[in-house]
Write a protein that binds this ligand. Structure first.
Ligand SMILES: Cc1cc2nc3c(=O)[nH]c(=O)nc-3n(C[C@H](O)[C@H](O)[C@H](O)COP(=O)(O)OP(=O)(O)OC[C@H]3O[C@@H](n4cnc5c(N)ncnc54)[C@H](O)[C@@H]3O)c2cc1C
Length: 407
C-alpha cells in the first residue's frame, strides 16, 4: 500500500511548526510530507518592522527553510500555490505543476486589509511580507536621494497609519533606525518628521489606561507626532488626506490598520466565513476529514460568536496539535480539540522600550523590551534549538537575501 501524502501549504509560523512537529511524530516510512512555500526562506513576521528600517540583517528575519527542516523527513518545494482541487485532492502550482495529497494543511496566512480607502492599495507601503518590508527600506533610501535633488520636505515625512501593536512597533523602529540611516545618507535628521495616525481616541485603545499613557509618552519623547481620533480618507503619491480638513504631505504612508485572511483560498470551494476558512474544533476545515487549516487564513471560533485573533501566538499553539490530529487521522485514532491559552502580548517601541501584558502583569520600559526579546528567542529555540539562537545573533550572514517572488 502506498504511503499517505501530507501536503502543507505555507511555511509561516503555522505551516513550518506543523511540519517540524510531524518530523517528530511520524514513524519512519509512515507518510510522505511535502512543505510548499513561495520563498525558500521563512520570515519572522513579528519582526518585519526591523527589515522596513534596516535595523536587522536580512538573515536575522528571513531564515533558510532547507536549513530548518530535516530533508530526510520533509520534502520542501519552493513554489507558489495557485489553487487546490478539493474533489480530486490536487494542489496546482504557478507554472502548471501539480502535487497530489491525501491530507492537506492550508496555512497561507494573511493579506493587508485596506477597507476600500481610496489610494491605499496603490500608494501605501505594507508590512506584510519580508519582500514588502524590504520595499519600505528601499523606498526610504530612494526618498533620501530624491530629497537631495529637490529639497521637498514631504520626502522626509514618514507616516504610520494605525496605532495598534504593529503600528507602534513600526513607529519605534523608525525612531530608532532613521538617525543612523540619515547619517549614512547625509540627510539632516532634524528635518525628519514621523507622524502616527490613529482613528481611535488613543493608540493601543484595547490596553489599560496606564499602558496607553506610557506608550503616548514614549512616542512623544521620541518626537513622533500623534494624530488620534482622526480617520484617513485618502492617500495620493504626495499626501495623506484626513478628516477635519487635515492633509499631511508625504511620499511614505506605512499602512498597518489591519489584516484579513489570504483571499487566494476563496475560490477553492471551501466554507468561507468572514473571509476565512471555517474550521471545526479539531482544526479540520468544516465538513472535511482530510483538509486542515490554521493560522491567519482560518477562522476558529473560541465561543459561539467570537473568533480567535490572527496572531502568531494562535498559529504557534495550533500547529503542534494540528500535526497530532493529522497523524491521528492517518492512524484512525480519535482527534483532540484545540484549546487556546492566551499567554499575553508585548509590542516593542524600538529596542529599549516595550508595552504589553503577560498573565496579570502589565509590562513596560526596558523590562518589557527584555521580555519581547525573550519571546522572540523562545521561538527561535523551538525552531532550531540553542544553536539557531547563537547563529542568529552571532554568526548571521550579512549578505542581503534575494527577493524574487512577488508578495
Ligand atoms: C509587523 C507584524 C508584527 C506582528 N507582531 C506579532 C506579535 O508580536 N505577536 C503575535 O502573536 N502576532 C504578531 N503578528 C501577527 C502574526 O505575524 C501572524 O498572526 C502570523 O504570521 C500568522 O501565521 P500564519 O502561519 O498563519 O501565516 P504567515 O506567517 O503569514 O505564513 C504564511 C506563509 O504562506 C506563504 N504563502 C502565502 N501565499 C502563498 C502561496 N500562494 N503559495 C505559497 N506560499 C504562500 C507566505 O509566504 C508565508 O510564508 C504580527 C504581524 C505583523 C505583520
Amino acid at each position: 500500500m502506498s504511503k499517505p501524502k501530507i501536503v502543507i501549504l505555507g511555511a509561516g509560523y503555522g505551516g513550518l511548526i506543523t511540519s517540524k512537529s510531524l518530523e517528530k511524530l511520524l514513524k519512519s516510512g509512515e507518510a510522505d510530507v511535502t512543505l510548499i512555500n513561495k520563498h525558500d526562506y521563512h520570515y519572522l513576521t513579528t519582526q518585519l518592522h526591523k527589515t522596513g528600517v534596516g535595523t536587522a540583517a536580512d538573515r536575522q528575519i528571513a531564515l533558510s527553510i532547507p536549513e530548518l527542516i530535516n530533508s530526510n523527513k520533509t520534502q520542501f518545494l519552493k513554489a507558489s500555490v495557485s489553487s487546490v482541487d478539493i474533489k480530486s485532492q490536487v494542489v496546482h502550482l504557478e507554472g502548471g505543476d501539480t502535487v497530489n495529497y491525501d491530507y492537506l494543511l492550508i496555512a497561507l496566512g494573511f493579506e493587508v486589509e485596506t477597507f476600500g480607502i481610496p489610494g491605499i492599495k496603490e500608494n501605501a507601503l505594507e508590512i506584510r511580507s519580508f519582500r514588502s518590508s524590504k520595499a519600505i527600506y528601499h523606498h526610504i533610501i530612494k526618498q533620501f536621494n530624491l530629497y537631495k535633488e529637490d529639497q521637498d520636505p514631504s520626502r522626509l515625512t514618514f507616516v504610520v497609519a494605525g496605532g495598534g501593536f504593529t503600528g507602534i512597533e513600526m513607529l519605534g523602529e523608525l525612531a530608532d533606525g532613521l538617525p543612523k540611516l540619515c547619517k549614512e545618507h547625509d540627510i539632516p535628521f532634524e528635518k525628519i518628521r514621523i507622524v502616527a495616525i490613529e482613528a481611535a481616541p488613543s493608540v493601543i485603545p484595547f490596553f489599560p489606561k496606564q499602558s496607553i499613557q506610557y506608550t503616548m509618552n514614549v512616542l512623544e519623547k521620541r518626537n513622533i507626532e500623534l494624530i488620534t481620533g482622526t480617520k484617513i480618507l485618502e492617500c495620493t503619491p504626495e499626501k495623506v488626506v484626513l478628516e477635519n480638513n487635515i492633509e499631511v504631505p508625504t511620499r511614505s504612508l506605512i499602512w498597518s490598520c489591519g489584516v484579513k485572511g489570504n483571499t487566494i483560498v476563496h475560490k477553492w470551494g471551501l466554507p468561507i466565513v468572514k473571509g476565512k476558512i471555517a474550521v471545526d474544533s479539531y482544526l479540520r476545515v468544516k465538513n472535511m476529514n482530510n483538509v486542515f487549516s490554521i493560522g491567519d487564513c482560518s477562522l476558529f471560533l473560541k465561543d459561539e460568536k467570537n473568533a480567535l485573533a490572527p496572531t502568531a501566538q494562535v498559529a504557534l499553539q495550533q500547529a503542534p496539535l494540528c500535526a497530532k490530529n493529522i497523524v491521528s487521522s492517518i492512524r484512525g485514532e480519535s482527534l483532540k480539540a484545540f484549546e487556546y491559552h492566551h499567554k499575553g502580548s508585548v509590542a516593542s517601541i524600538g529596542l529599549m522600550a516595550a508595552v504589553g501584558k503577560v498573565g496579570n502583569f502589565r509590562l513596560s520600559g526596558l523590562f518589557g523590551a527584555f521580555m519581547k526579546q525573550v519571546i522572540e528567542a523562545r521561538y527561535l529555540f523551538n525552531l532550531g534549538g540553542p544553536s539557531l539562537i547563537i547563529k542568529q545573533h552571532v554568526g548571521v550572514s550579512r549578505e542581503p537575501v534575494k527577493v524574487t517572488v512577488k508578495q
